[in-house]
Write a protein that binds this ligand. Structure first.
Ligand code: BGC
Length: 730
């Protein structure tokens, strides 16, 4: 295993921490049998105001003028309070692996993107991924993981869609919750982020997201609500943007009203890096300032102390901020001594990434069963997408760079600060060569004529196309450069053309009718090439389902380009210099497939869609109970291979206006001919509207039309459920 000097530094820090742990017995922070709250209360009683304040504002190590010897240039650092036995708080990004922001490479295992994880529709895979990443996080000496991104995909062009979990609150919330639970099972504190409506990167520090309360409760907030219920994250990270006129990190409606009063959340609210604008934020629900080097002032440092001394911020409020932090760290065991996990074992952990990547790949088109490629695939032409060097990954704070990755220079048009795309070291070309019986030839795809020449001589052509996304910049939904022309030309030269897409999320596919096979591999992570080849050659039967709608054209979408792009064509280096603007989320809670249903638009590929190498049939949809609502249906493998079905339940019509909604799903792995009866329980909030006036969920009495099937547009099986009028308190 390679080990960078910085890694050695951190390993030393871990050693010091464990020595420290044994000495900790005598300190007030030492672990006891008391509840996390009682421990926090006792500890706070022993702290000076300066010590409290030192826990409330932290560094962005990459920007520290002098980097302490035991600090890696990663996400965040707070020195701790050694006198009381409170160790340093060390934070790293994020959900997709240990991304040591600023390091050129490490021995982390790279999971596939969040979008890919959502495409598994499998919380168990998310839990295993979270557990693995947290284990490596702890092995590297950190105690807080800045994971848990769950912003809904409202716009196809959001540059961070790849980090998030698609367009549906139930799917996204359940996957995020499972991943967070996995992380915290390893005594690493996790966040859920970015609270809330950080739904585009253009002008993210200034954009004012406009939306009504009911719409927000029934969409983005619901995703956070599910994630918090399932995962109990130690922290919530508030977002850069404004929501209805107030910065998300100083928004009492969100931070005090919804999060604390309605949801009873006990953890601490940390800011995003550079998202704090005033010391007054302390009185508006923000508990901790992160990445202080990025703010105009260290608001929660000297200004907070002065504000406490002047009475502007009550002493009791500072105690509450520290209490939320400490009790949550104790609850997870994040700063208590834990058994050593030894060194990172990349080979041992890679299978977790491989399984996730395979389960997230979605086969969208398979004309004449061109897939799987059998032993008789013959000569194969592999074209484009840098398939010879690796698989694409998303950039920014979540970027994981396992050793062996290749970084190319950024295409023109990106801000200078943006480093180029990273290819994870799992080249599809090599993986295909290891499986194909006939000759495999590669062409980079930059010269269309030469790509066409090898396609003509091959029995099958596989074109790899890519869409690179990086935090801070929104993306085009069209494949860039000559890629669309390349697909058309290759498909014209070889009838058997398969396109494999490595993209952040949905893209436009105007060329799809020309090709025989189409595979969405997203950013498939450190085992991606292998996973793609295993799907193409049928070693794995695909089971991934779309977590986002693929539109047929841009004019089907609520917005066709990023709001504010005209004002802010490039993110300014000093973000507060962005020009302000607002975005009107006119679709309200009708995000993604809900919007398509409401407007009767036919997408290219609907939400929930994905092919298998076998076929499934669904029957006997029935209501098992109506309060709470539970339904059952029978899933049968009607094809000739073992495969995994994802039966989905959608609400189609309700007595009062309600959008189409995903109500639940069931996965079943079935052998040919095998049938299974499955039950799906429905969370009542998905049947309800948020009643703003009475401040609660309300289910209207009457008939609810529900359908089950293979995707959001499959209405073959329908049942009517009669529900009584009910209200649900938040
Ligand atoms: C991102 C966060 C991230 C933080 C620390 C911010 O720019 O929005 O998601 O956790 O940086 O790297």
């Amino acid at each position: 295993m390679k080990s960078s000097p910085r890694h050695v530094g951190l390993a030393l820090a871990i050693a010091t921490a464990s020595v420290h742990a044994s000495a900790q017995q005598a300190t007030p922070a030492a672990s006891t049998n008391e509840s996390p709250d009682a421990r926090a209360t006792r500890l706070i009683a022993a702290m000076t105001l300066d010590e409290k304040i030192s826990l409330l504002h932290g560094h962005f190590p990459r920007m520290m003028r002098v980097l302490p010897a035991d600090v890696a240039p990663s996400g965040g650092y707070f020195p701790g309070v050694p006198r009381l036995g409170i160790p340093a708080l060390r934070e790293t990004d994020a959900s997709l692996g240990v991304a040591e922001n600023g390091a050129s490479g490490n021995d982390a295992t790279a999971l596939p993107s969040g979008m890919s994880l959502a495409a598994t529709w499998n919380p168990d895979i998310a839990r295993r991924g979270g557990t693995m990443v947290a284990k490596q996080t702890r092995q590297r000496g950190y105690n807080i993981l800045l994971a848990g991104g769950v912003n809904l995909t409202r716009d196809i062009y959001n540059g961070r869609n790849f980090e998030y979990l698609g367009e549906d609150p139930l799917l996204a919330g359940r996957i995020a919750g499972a991943s967070i639970a996995g992380i915290q099972s390893q005594h690493i504190a996790s966040t859920v982020k970015h609270f809330i409506l950080n739904a585009q990167e253009t002008g993210r520090h200034v954009v004012d997201a406009q939306i009504g309360e009911a719409a927000l409760r029934e969409s983005d907030l619901l995703a956070f609500e599910f994630a918090i219920e399932d995962g109990s994250p130690a922290s919530v990270m508030c977002a850069y943007n404004k929501v209805n006129g107030r910065y998300a990190c100083e928004n009492p409606d969100l931070l005090s009203g919804i999060l604390r009063k309605d949801w009873g959340y006990k953890g601490w609210v940390m800011s995003d890096w550079g998202a704090v604008h005033s010391v007054a934020a302390a009185n508006m629900g923000l508990d901790q300032e992160s990445g202080q080097e990025l703010d105009k002032d260290v608001y929660f440092g000297a200004p907070l102390k002065a504000a406490v001394l002047s009475g502007m911020v009550p002493q009791a409020r500072v105690d509450e901020m520290v209490h939320r932090l400490l009790r949550s760290l104790f609850a997870v065991g994040a700063i208590d001594p834990q058994a050593s996990l030894g060194a990172v074992d990349v080979d041992g952990d890679n299978p977790v990434a491989l399984a996730a990547s395979e389960a997230g790949i979605v086969v969208l088109k398979n004309d004449a069963n061109i897939l799987p490629l059998g032993a008789n695939a013959g000569r194969v032409a592999v074209i484009g997408g840098h398939a010879d060097i690796g698989v694409l990954s998303g950039g920014g704070s979540s970027q994981v760079i396992p050793y062996g990755s290749v970084r190319l220079t950024a295409p023109s048009g990106y801000p200078e600060s943006v480093k180029g795309p990273v290819y994870h070291p799992s080249a599809p070309l090599g993986a295909i060569k290891r499986r194909a019986k006939g000759e495999v030839r590669f062409d980079a795809g930059t010269d269309i004529a030469s790509a066409v020449a090898i396609a003509k001589q091959a029995d099958v052509a596989i074109v790899f196309v890519e869409q690179w996304a990086v935090e801070g910049v929104d993306v085009s939904p069209r494949l860039s450069g000559k890629q669309e022309a390349l697909i058309s030309a290759v498909a014209a030269a070889n009838r058997k053309t398969i396109v494999v897409m490595e993209t952040g999320g949905a893209v436009l596919t105007p060329w799809r009718n020309k090709v025989s096979g189409l595979v969405a591999a997203w950013y498939p992570g450190g085992q991606g090439g292998e996973a793609i080849a295993r799907i193409l050659f049928g070693e794995v039967n695909p089971s991934g389902r779309l977590p986002v709608t693929f539109p047929d054209s841009l004019d089907q979408l609520p917005r066709t380009s990023p709001a504010g792009l005209d004002l802010n064509p490039v993110q300014p280096r000093r973000f507060w210099e962005s020009k302000s603007f607002s975005v009107d989320y006119k679709e309200g809670a009708s995000v993604g497939y809900r919007w398509f249903a409401e407007n009767n638009y036919k997408p290219a590929y609907p939400f929930g869609f994905g092919l298998s190498y076998t076929t499934f049939s669904y029957s006997d949809l029935a209501v098992v109970s109506s309060r709470p609502l539970k339904l059952a249906l029978t899933i049968k493998n009607s094809g000739s291979r073992t495969g995994e079905a994802t039966a989905q339940l959608y609400l189609q019509r309700a007595p009062q206006r309600i959008q189409q909604r995903l109500l639940g799903w069931a996965k079943a792995s079935l052998q040919p001919g095998e049938a299974r009866r499955v039950e799906i329980s429905v969370d009542s909030r998905l049947l309800a509207n948020w009643d703003v006036r009475r401040h609660r969920w309300r289910i209207a009495s009457g008939a609810y039309l529900i359908n089950a099937g293979d995707d959001a547009n499959d209405k073959s099986l329908t049942v009517r459920a009669m529900l009584a009028s009910t209200t649900i308190r938040p």
